[in-house]
Structure formats: C-alpha cells, structure tokens
Design a protein around this ligand. Structure first.
Ligand code: NAP
Length: 331
C-alpha cells in the first residue's frame, strides 16, 4: 500500500510503499480501506516528538483518525462506511494516512447516510471535543451566553453551531482576522471579534465585552494565551471557562478576585479521558446533526500524493480549512 510515512521529527511525512497491514487475527479488530484522514493539530504535535505521550518511534504512519470502508473484521461491520480512531504518534503503531489501516472494532462508528466521507473525517475528534465541552464539561444550560475562542478553527466552528443547537441565547466568537473571521460568521456567531497583533489583555476584554449581552456563562477555549486571559475577565457568576488547547500560547492568567467573587470555574478537557462508548455516542450525535444539515465545518480534500505540502501548511498554520487526505483516490 501507499502511506504517508514520517521518518524525522517535526518534518512532513513523505508518501512511501509499505507492506499492507495484516487483517486482524481476532474479531476485535477491523481492516479499513481509508477514504479520508484529516491532518489535525494533534498529529502535528505528536510528530514533533514533544507531546506528553513522548517521542514516537520512527518511522511511523501518522493519522489519529479516519473514515473508510471495513474490508475485514466482524461480519456485521464488513462493507460498512465507518469512522475510526488510532493511537498513532501516541503509542506504537501506524495511523490513518495510508490506503489501509487497522483499528479496534469496538472503536468504530458507522457513518449515517447524508454525511460524506470528507465531512465526517473533518468533523471527527475536534467536533467530539467541542460538543463534549459544551454539553458535559461546561453543562451549558438553555439561554446561557457562550464565548467561543479560536472560532475560525474546527473546534471553534463546531462550538459556535453546537452552542446554538444546545440552546445558547447568544454566541460571540473571537478569532484571528481573515479567513477565520469569515468561517466564524458563516458558522452563525452573533458577533465576531477579530484579534489585533500585540493587544493587551484588558483592551481585548473590553472589545469583547461590548459585543456580549452581559457577563459570559461559558467560554470554549482551544487557544489559551491572551484571548483566554481576556475571556476569563468576563465570566458571569457561576461562569465556566473550559480550556482544551493552547494554539495562542501555553499560559492563561486568571485574576483570583474574579474567580472567587463569581464562584467561577476554569476547567480542562481532553478527549483521551472519554470512554470509547462515550466517544462513539457523541460522534454519533454530531454526525446526526451533520446529516440534518445543522452542523458542518470548512474542509478541503487533497490526494495522498500532496500530503507533504498539505502537512507543512497545517504545521505552519497557513491551511485555510481542515485538510482531509484521500489515500485511496488518486493518491
Ligand atoms: N483537548 C482535546 O481533546 C482537543 C481536541 C481537539 C482539539 N484540541 C485542540 O484545540 C485546538 C484547536 O483544534 P482544531 O481542531 O480546531 O484546530 P484547527 O482547525 O487547526 O484550528 C486551529 C486553531 O488554532 C487557532 N490559532 C492558531 N494560531 C493561533 C494564534 N497565533 N493565536 C490565536 N489562535 C491561533 C485558530 O484560531 P483562529 O480561529 O483565530 O484561526 C484555530 O482556532 C488545538 O490546540 C488542538 O490541539 C484539543
């Protein structure tokens, strides 16, 4: 088979011929013919060898998730269109950026009609995280106000739409100027605040405050840094800020008086603490909304042959939308 193969840390993978993976010996595994695999920030992070999972052994095929058709495995899954996760880059083994990939049968999620492979691949774990943060970690209640940071990203776009679906009264988005701002608007944010280079936390907080309808109940934060520090100043009594990433910086600062006077909470979130059952159920919910045309995300498809360039663009933060690689079509 042909597969994107990573042979050095922090360098893009190259397409190479590799032996086909063996069909799983037990009914606990599936062999999937991959039709779509996204390049995500987690893939890039693992490839640098600096993630908290430790440096992966080289060479390996990256790709922590994908979609495709089950070639072999339990009878009831054979021939089905599925989404599947892998642990590539986090634990030994190969991932989804290949024509064939092995996954755990217990982890796969059958795709509903009405969602094409590329969209399902683009939504994947980022959409699961956005949905879980709002519905479970922050326990969003009907009529609350939500602030979504990094709203031009995949997590951010889904969070804007999910907040609406889950009953938010107002959704304000914060993101970098340009394509991200347009994506946040398209996702349905009531107001979009564009970041300014070098802006002080207090100044950004004031600009965001002007777009909000009073204090903020829930902040979805995939970025940390200045945007998150500004958002923390706007929390309502009982407000919850949930951090799930650090695209804008490794630290967010929160004033003690703000936290205690409002009994506010700053929480962390990771998909890795979800059980496979819970992850599958949440992805199922997301995909049902996608099939009903209530939820989508900007994405572009590229053939496997273009994976090195596409990877470098994502790593340099210049990709315009979630990149989904098509290993079996024209690669
Ligand atoms: N904890 C979890 O389980 C989990 C799950 C999924 C994702 N994540 C994390 O969440 C983050 C976003 O993931 P994603 O899938 O949405 O990625 P994505 O689609 O590639 O989006 C990139 C995100 O990073 C933001 N960003 C990049 N550079 C920035 C900068 N210099 N300043 C401010 N914002 C910047 C973008 O903000 P703009 O809107 O301004 O473009 C956008 O929100 C990543 O850090 C990812 O690792 C965590």
């Amino acid at each position: 088979m042909r597969a994107a193969t990573l042979s050095a840390y922090a360098a893009p993978p190259a397409v190479e011929e590799r032996p086909d993976p063996l069909p799983p010996a037990s009914e606990h595994g599936v062999l999937v013919a991959v039709t779509g695999a996204p390049i995500t920030p987690l893939d890039i992070l693992c490839s640098t060898g600096t993630s908290y999972f430790g440096p992966p052994s080289l060479p390996y095929v990256p790709g922590v998730q994908g979609v495709g058709i089950v070639r072999s495995g339990p009878e009831e899954l054979r021939g089905r269109r599925v989404w599947f996760p892998t642990t590539a880059g986090m634990h030994p083994g190969d991932g989804s950026l290949a024509q064939l990939c092995v996954a755990d049968a217990a982890d796969v999620v059958t795709l509903p009609d009405g969602v094409d492979d590329a969209l399902a691949a683009a939504l994947g774990l980022s959409a699961v995280a956005a949905w879980e943060v709002l519905s479970a970690r922050a326990s969003l209640a009907d009529g609350e106000q939500v602030l979504v940071l990094g709203a031009g990203g995949t997590v951010g776009q889904v969070a804007v739409q999910a907040a609406r679906l889950l009953g938010a009264r107002r959704v304000v988005a914060v993101c970098r100027p340009g394509a991200g701002t347009e994506r946040a608007s398209r996702a349905g944010a009531d107001a979009v605040v564009s970041l300014r280079l070098g802006e002080e936390v207090a100044d950004l907080a004031e600009r965001v405050r002007l777009e909000c309808d009073g204090p903020v109940d829930v902040v979805v934060d995939p970025v940390a840094g200045v945007p998150a520090s500004a958002a923390a100043m706007l929390l309502a009594p009982g407000g919850r800020l949930v951090n799930l990433g650090s695209s804008a910086g490794p630290v967010l600062t929160v004033d003690s008086a703000t936290l205690r006077s409002r009994s506010a909470a700053v929480l962390g979130y990771t998909n890795t603490s979800l059980s496979p059952h819970r992850r599958a159920a949440t992805l199922g919910t997301v995909l049902r909304h996608a099939a009903a045309r209530e939820l989508t995300v900007d994405h572009v498809s590229v053939p496997l042959a273009d994976v090195s360039t596409a990877w470098a663009d994502v790593a340099a933060s210049v990709a315009t939308a979630r990149v989904v690689v098509r290993p079996s079509a024209g690669g």
